[in-house]
Design a protein around this ligand. Sequence first.
Ligand code: WT7
Length: 682
Amino acid sequence: MTDKELRVSEAQIAVHWQEENKFAPTAGFIAQANMTDAEIFQRFSLENFPDCFKEYADLLDWERYWHTMLDTSAAPSWKWFVGGLINASYNCVDRHLQQHGNKAAFIWVPEPEDEPHVVLTYQELYVRVNEFAALLRDHCGLKAGDRVTIHMPMVLELPITMLACARLGIIHSVVFGGFSGHACGERIADSGSKVLITMDSYYRNGKLLDHRVNGDLAIASARDLGQEVEKMLVWRRKQGEYQSRSKMVEQRDFFVDELLADYRGVRVDPIPMPAEAPLFLMYTSGTTGQPKGCQHSTGGYLAYAAGTSKYIQDIHPEDVYWCMADIGWITGHSYIVYGPLALGATGVLYEGVPTYPDAGRPWRIAEQLNVNIFHTAPTTVRTLRKAGPDEPAKYNFKFKHMTTVGEPIEPEVWRWYYHSVGKGEAVIVDTWWQTETGGFLCSTMPALHPMKPGSTGPAVPGIHPIIYDDDGNEVPPGSTAGNICIRNPWPGAFQTIWGDHDRFVETYYARYNKDPESKDWRDWPYLTGDAAVLAEDGYYRILGRVDDVINVAGHRLGTKELESASLIVKEVAEAAVVPLRDEIKGRVPDMYISLKPNTKASKKIEAAVVRAIEESIGKIARPKNVWIVPDMPKTRSGKIMRRILTAISNGRDVGDVTTLANPDVVEHIRQMVQGDDTKTDA
Ligand code: WT7
């Protein structure tokens, strides 16, 4: 489907939404909040740009203070805090030792409920980060600027590994543990990693999964793409006990716990890195098959993660903060690891699924650990609401603050979150942002703005959005939907796409730029790729992606990636994937395939397509259905009309199809998917 077609349909959906009543933060919340000064928006206004961001930079300890706030000479590559030297590991670990050394940095909650929690103090985090950094340096020969791929579950060793990399200026690329070995291998190859760090096993939904098997697949896939992995470091969930059926390869594979014995007590000085040195890569999906390695900086990123964690997450060192996202996504990087640790917070790290062994689990954890800040995605809220609407009331926990992130939350679901989970007292922030943006773009300021269910809120301090129509005219408040852009640079914004700077400029900055030679940031609005409407009250409502990306449970999957995976199955001639609305996950992929001539449709082919997708991307991408169709609906020029398939999948009317090359096939597909009764708009 074209951008325009999708946008129109999303906008049509939007007009059916009604304006919601607002909810005010409680006096109790306001009394303790980090930011209660409405002047902050004046300080961070466009007139005070970019100097306003000194406030965020000063939350950090600099090895050498920066001299230039923002250098735009290589527009649209923005350099923040130029001249500064800083180490992220030092800021997240060492600097807390004096005041908070014996305080928990993380409390790890294993999925099996009878296994004890593990408390990791800042002191112990310091020791373990140092020892592992020494291992990376001396055993692996890694140095600043090298890339390392990390494919690990939600265990303490994951932030330890990331911070050890950061200590040495090694660029980490964490791949979500649920991604397949093949997907991991592609990212290894793209980033040019020579070292893969993984783990033998972990618990998920009551089962001990063999994770180490993915390591061999990843290394083989990377090799096919021309990248040789020299070493695989394998953490073991149970020290000294190997829980995987894969054989360790001599000279290549090493158990971390065995190697660490040689590094006991070793300390590694944090390497002062230029503010604009890359801290990590985080891959995300785009319109073409190839995932994009978003490159984030050290100084700007960390300052932005710390500032937004302090003022929007309202984290104080004495809080117990639990973000249920996976560290393998940007949410986990910014709001489990870097932001909270920069502030000296205590974070909860949970290994498993929220509904294991039952939908009361999160509330038992919250009760036991006295969690008071809770952060999750609408898909999880929907799951918990469906499986156990009355569970929260059974437990004695009290949140002061809750976050929702990743996709729009339905007002109905928001109200359950507010009343049942927040018990009518917790403030909610609906944070809108992206892998590329490093931190929040829009959200209410928790002590300053009332909340509006289903709307993200106004822009956060220092972010100045603008909605453009397709011709580049500004769309005024209270009117239609358009392409939401950010007028100005900000320190958390990613620096480039690893290895593909042209694609970076083309995808994010070319759309509304009028002068490609300009060095003035005003000429380079950042294109988010989302459609949004701005209400009269200044609150934004995000309607969804305008590009070929499906947001599944708050995570982006590229349609091209899914379609290419289906084409691995040799009987498949063409594939088209569309988003299907889903009660729990928001959207799930619905796959249409047509077969090569003289091939008969079969359940076997359907299963092979599902398997191909799981193997090349991961279970997260599993399609709801695989529909084998005689032909795809096509325009006369041969373009597949995904808009029509989307309508069919979602039980909607297909509209006028008379201009298609093959209108008859539409009715055939409709009957196959929707059954015989004529359906109207749902
Ligand atoms: C896309 C970014 C942000 C970290 C997790 C996802 C959608 C994100 C919201 C929200 C409505 C949202 C957008 C965005 N999105 N947050 N609060 N309300 N939509 O990161 O995988 O890079 O996805 O998620 O469409 O562009 P991501």
